[in-house]
Design a protein around this ligand. Structure first.
Ligand code: MSP
Length: 670
């Protein structure tokens, strides 16, 4: 079996800024590439830009600049985003590169020499947006059947590739290679398409109509159809972007990841072009679904395009990566909403994984001087065995199954399934079990009894070892998080080594290792902070304090799980003070947020409050308010808030809390 894994994303048109759709395919490809590297494959991961064609020519004209300068300006938008999202592509292709252009011309010349390209007059209905002709029967009410924009009748002499010749061969290939097009519903779609007669493919555009493209090697009055140019990137990339030409090493590609809208161009055009070039076909073309936003189609005109840069700025690369792959089964359509993203961050990442790490490290600091203790075999119980078994099965079995791309899978539904969300579900099964393990084993009780020391050490060791398994399993999905877990746990791990080439073994953790508890992996995002009204990122100390029994559980979660009552001691932890508003202004781009400067007697503070719908800034100057003075500072829409103003109101702010008589600023409220 070949040990290479060549994975591609579509090359993205530069006429648009990157959005969630681009990020989605690229993140998925990155996860697959990272996983394969961990399992010991020789990976080549290629992404890049599609820089020719009408759309790019038009966008450049609109911007009033030369198309090449336009492309050069747009390329960093994609390249920088991939850096921010920790995309580990091995090469980045741009189709305006002279080497790519030569390789496209060489392919065209080969097909022309083989008489597989001919010139003919053609009259048809042309869709400018899709850059393609449609036949009379395709057009519905004068509209393009694909994008529903008006089509125009055009008559042109063009060059055609004898695609129709390969119809039967392609059908046969798809039928005899069940993993060729995935998921299987998409395979049926393509087979359905191939039931109708397949036309030849126009592979040229007259320069009079479109000049921004690769000139045909056999007729300088024409440029190459943008899809022919773009698809060849999968061959030209490994040929010229690596230090040595590597097409033989990596071709055929293992996996072309594409969106469902560009499946035909890959499954039909690309496959037949390869057949004509007498090259082997890729192993799998996998079409994923599309994202809607809050239930609506994403579009510029709706103004609901999800900007991946903004997501990374606000929530971090890993949270966004996690959400994209966890929320929707790979291959299906999905819906994006901030609410769903924040929900995942809070429940899975902060409460689940972050909490497990934080609790484990707190216990090691409290009860083992910050050092991973030696487990004692005789002190093991069924709880430990269950944790071991689960960790081993998640990493060594479930992950492998979910990432499967096997041609030998016995069951059809398991072929090429790339069930990335199931991999994450399995991993979170272990996260949940880890948290239950900490609850059930109650290290804080064991710590009280000298005779339970061996058990205590065994428990602490097991919890940490489960986290080591998690850090490895999560690396493909959330690489920054795995690195941070490794740092805090003091692990000796090199994620660029093939750690999963064989089975991961239980017990690899070294007793005696010093841990280094650090920042929370994922701060909880408070969407209920009424007075603030906007998302508030909470710092670790706000997330947990020191309750009496389980030192790893926050007061808040004890309140949640208990009667809703708190002790006087807990209440007194909140320092309420009188303050006087010195100045107030609106936070730009926010309806709700006001930035206040308040006098606290011996200090002045800046507080951001979500009261802007109820009050105009001027109404507040000189007013006496009550603030929480010992709340950890947090940033609201990028503005630091050093405390919180109290206000009444269930959903909307009803009114500010004030004090009946004038008191000195800084006076305690209790
Ligand atoms: N340039 C061609 C691809 C050539 S590959 C040889 C192209 N580029 S594109 O920039 O328009 O689209 C790139 C990818 O983004 C496609 O796979 C498409 O499916 C994906 N998406 C665009 N909008 C999307 C969503 N709303 N959701 C998910 N993916 C989406 O086509």
């Amino acid at each position: 079996m070949s040990n290479t894994f060549y994975i591609t994303t579509p090359i993205y048109y530069v006429n648009d800024v990157p959005h969630i759709g681009h990020a989605y395919t690229t993140v998925a490809a990155d996860v697959l590439a990272r996983y394969r590297r961990l399992t010991g494959y020789d990976v080549f991961f290629l992404t890049g830009l599609d820089e020719h064609g009408q759309k790019v020519q038009e966008a450049a004209a609109k911007a009033g600049i030369d198309p090449q300068a336009y492309c050069d300006g747009m390329a960093p938008r994609f390249q920088n985003l991939w850096k921010r999202l920790n995309i580990s592509n091995d090469a980045f292709i741009r189709t305006t590169h002279p080497r790519h252009q030569q390789i496209v011309q060489r392919a065209l010349q080969t097909l022309s020499d083989k008489k597989l390209i001919y010139r003919a007059d053609y009259t048809g209905w042309y869709c400018t947006f899709d850059e393609r002709f449609w036949t009379e029967k395709d057009v519905v009410d004068g509209l393009c059947p694909d994008c529903r924009r008006p089509v125009e009748q055009l008559s042109e002499s063009n060059y055609f590739f004898r695609m129709s010749q390969y119809q039967t061969a392609l059908r046969n290939h798809i039928a005899s290679h069940p993993q060729y097009i995935a998921p299987s519903s998409r395979r049926n779609e393509v087979l359905g398409f191939l039931d109708k007669p397949l036309n030849d493919l126009s592979i040229s555009r007259p320069k009079s109509r479109l000049s921004w493209g690769i000139e045909l090697p056999f007729d300088t009055n024409y440029v190459t159809y943008v899809w022919f140019d773009a698809l060849v990137n999968y061959l030209s990339g490994p040929e010229y972007l690596l230090p040595t030409p590597s097409v033989n090493r990596y071709w055929p590609a293992t996996l072309h990841l594409v969106g469902k809208d560009i499946l035909t161009t890959h499954a039909v055009y690309w496959s037949t072009i390869l057949m004509a070039l007498e090259l082997p076909l890729p192993k799998t073309i996998f079409a994923h679904g599309w994202w809607t936003v809050n239930g609506e189609k994403m579009s510029k005109s709706r103004g609901n395009v999800v900007d991946p840069y903004a997501m990374v700025d606000e929530f971090g690369a890993d949270a966004f990566r996690y959400f994209l792959l966890r929320e929707v089964p790979f291959g299906h359509d999905g819906d994006f909403s901030r609410q769903a993203l924040i929900g995942r961050i809070n429940s899975d990442l902060a409460n689940g994984l972050g909490n497990l790490l934080n609790r484990t490290l707190t216990l090691i600091e409290r009860f083992s001087h910050g050092v991973i203790p030696e487990p004692v075999a005789a002190a093991e119980t069924d709880l430990d065995k269950e944790l071991q078994r689960t960790a081993l099965s998640v990493v060594n079995e479930k992950l492998r199954l979910a990432f499967q791309l096997s041609t030998k899978a016995p069951v059809e539904s398991e072929q090429s399934k790339l069930a990335l969300n199931q991999a994450l579900e399995a991993i979170w099964g272990l996260v949940q079990l880890g948290n239950q393990y900490i609850d059930k084993t109650a290290a804080w009780t064991l710590a009280k009894r000298p005779e339970d020391q061996a058990r205590l050490h065994t428990v602490l060791y097991h919890a940490t070892e489960a986290l080591r398994f998690l850090s490895v399993a999560l690396y493909p999905f959330t690489p920054e998080t795995s690195e941070e877990m490794k740092r805090q746990l003091g692990l000796v791990l090199n994620f660029s080594k093939p750690l999963l080439a064989g089975d991961l073994q239980w017990g690899g953790l070294l007793p005696g290792t010093k841990v280094a508890k650090g920042k929370a992996l994922f701060p909880r995002i408070d969407i209920t902070a009424k007075t603030q009204g906007e998302v508030r990122v909470m710092t670790p100390d706000q997330q947990s304090s020191d309750p009496k029994e389980d030192p790893t559980k926050s007061v808040a979660s004890q309140v949640e799980s208990g009667t809703g009552q708190i002790s006087m001691e807990d209440f007194l932890k909140v320092q309420l003070k009188a303050a006087k508003v010195l100045s107030a202004e609106r936070v730009p781009k926010s309806e709700k947020l006001l930035k206040l400067q308040v006098d606290l007697g011996n200090e002045q503070r800046q507080i951001v409050a979500g009261i802007g719908k109820r009050y105009e800034p001027d109404q507040l100057i000189g007013r006496q308010v009550v603030i929480v003075a010992n709340l950890k500072p947090a940033k609201l829409m990028g503005v630091e808030s050093q405390g919180m103003v109290l206000a009444a109101g269930d959903h909307e702010v009803g009114g500010l809390v004030t004090i009946l008589e004038e008191v000195d600023p800084g006076t305690k409220v209790k």
